[in-house]
Design a protein around this ligand. Structure first.
Ligand SMILES: CCCCC/C=C\C/C=C\CCCCCCCC(=O)SCCNC(=O)CCNC(=O)[C@H](O)C(C)(C)COP(=O)(O)OP(=O)(O)OC[C@H]1O[C@@H](n2cnc3c(N)ncnc32)[C@H](O)[C@@H]1OP(=O)(O)O
Ligand SMILES: CCCCCCCC/C=C\CCCCCCCC(=O)OC[C@@H](O)COP(=O)(O)O
Length: 268
């Protein structure tokens, strides 16, 4: 009898949530973000011991495991991904990847395209986000202190040396924070200094219209990897131009993916 009541209450709750999601777009979004957070926390707790057992601790190789787990999340939301330009990651030698960053949800899109041996740059506070922080640490994410420019620059200078020595790709979010306005924030220049310091083969901009597509249920998320910009031979004097070029390319692509007319605006 008690089990019967429990099932009845459970069914009523699910039905109630379903109706709420149908009636209110805000409730729909909040519930889906809630489910995503639960999946991240539980997925991280389950994946962390696997990463330690398979790769012995913090290593970029763990990103393969993390990627497999995060890629399964789309089935909970009925999402599909339309990925274009993956071949643009096939550059010889180290490279920088830059992408827009709309929300915590972006990780689902990023994992659809993340190449092997690619480390990401993240704010150091992420380390303290419970099991999610642990998995981010295990995945080899490079942590920077956004409150100290000199310390962030020092970390980036070390990254420049490592990426050349170990032939790795580095993924940076040049807006430096989440931004869900549908447009881009002016780019910070760290990624582009890094490209020049490491004399990388290319800087590949990635653009996605994640949030717009996530809100239209069931969404088809568009992610596009643009052709890399050759950065070998550039000097520190070229950093501003390189930053502007990437900004314009990415903004144009973001607007196209979101189905809005292109607008003209510079990065300053
Ligand atoms: C299994 C289940 C798993 C479930 C969980 C799901 C997924 C998780 C798993 C893994 C995914 C991890 C994802 C992590 C995502 C993290 C995203 C973020 O955290 S974004 C925020 C952090 N990132 C950034 O901030 C990068 C962008 N910022 C920069 O590049 C900045 O420039 C900076 C280097 C941080 C410095 O910033 P600051 O504001 O302090 O200074 P300015 O940018 O204003 O620069 C001042 C001045 O210095 C010059 N400059 C900058 N960098 C350099 C340099 N390296 N060398 C020389 N000079 C530099 C810059 O040009 C400015 O000078 P000027 O004004 O004259 O041009
Ligand atoms: C003991 C503490 C427990 C904390 C539990 C935290 C639970 C978090 C639940 C779900 C979060 C999933 C996060 C996926 C990783 C997303 C990385 C990310 O998007 O970081 C934001 C950062 O780029 C920019 O931060 P700001 O926009 O500047 O801010």
């Amino acid at each position: 009898m008690e089990l019967g009541w429990l099932l009845a209450w459970g069914a009523a709750l699910l039905l109630g949530l379903r109706v709420l999601m149908e009636l209110s777009a805000a409730a729909n979004f909040a519930l889906r973000i809630g489910l995503y957070s639960v999946l991240c926390v539980v997925g991280s707790a389950l994946a962390a011991p696997v990463c330690v057992l398979v790769n012995g601790g913090r290593s970029v190789k763990n990103m393969r495991i993390i990627k497999a787990v995060v890629k399964s999340f789309k089935y909970f939301f009925g999402l599909r991904f339309e990925v274009k330009g993956l071949q643009n990651f096939e550059v010889e030698g180290p490279a920088i990847i830059v992408s827009n960053h709309q929300s915590i949800l972006d990780m689902m899109g990023l994992m659809e395209v993340l190449p092997d041996g690619c480390v990401q740059v993240g704010k150091k506070e992420l380390m303290y986000a419970g099991s999610v922080g642990l998995i981010i640490y295990l995945g080899g994410v490079i942590f920077i202190n956004r409150k100290s420019t000199s310390s962030a620059k020092m970390v980036m200078a070390e990254v420049a040396k490592t990426m050349v020595a170990e032939n790795v790709k580095v993924w940076v979010y040049p807006e430096g924070t989440r931004n869900c306005t549908g447009d881009l924030l002016p780019f910070k220049k760290g990624a582009f200094h890094l490209a020049v310091q490491a004399q990388v083969t290319g800087t590949a901009p990635v653009a996605h219209g994640f949030l717009t597509d996530f809100l239209s249920s069931p969404g088809k998320i568009k992610v596009e990897v643009l052709p890399p910009i050759e950065t070998k031979g550039l000097t520190p004097d070229d950093v501003s131009d390189l930053t502007d070029r990437c900004f314009c390319l990415m903004r144009e692509t973001l607007f196209r993916l979101s189905g809005r007319p292109a607008q003209v605006k510079d990065s300053s």
